[in-house]
Design a protein around this ligand. Structure first.
Ligand SMILES: [Zn+2]
Length: 98
């Protein structure tokens, strides 16, 4: 089954649920996505570091800024000032995230 495109609302929810401490499995259930899809999306919107060690949990209180990507206008997490383009867009010349 092809993956559905993430909407702005869903991506926002992903960030919020991750910040609330839910695991990728729990977030997947709420958003009707596979844990793998959640993990991939977390990567693309800049919260990969929270999941990369495969602990499955968003670590508590890491300083980050939530904003919308300048290119695709999807929500993203910026961990350093001045970062305004999500990782997904940085990787494509088309500036389009799936
Ligand atoms: Zn983007």
């Amino acid at each position: 089954m092809a993956e559905r495109k993430w909407t702005h609302d869903e991506a926002t929810q992903l960030i919020e649920l991750a910040e609330a401490g839910l695991t990728v499995e729990e977030i997947g259930e709420r958003l009707d996505r596979t844990p793998g899809a959640v993990r991939v999306k977390a990567n693309r919107i800049g919260i990969e570091s929270f999941y990369e060690r495969d602990i499955g949990k968003f670590p508590a209180k890491r300083r980050s800024e939530k904003l919308d990507c300048m290119m695709c206008h999807l929500p993203m997490v910026s961990t350093w000032a001045g970062n305004r383009i999500c990782d997904c867009c940085k990787k494509t010349e088309l500036y389009r995230c799936a």
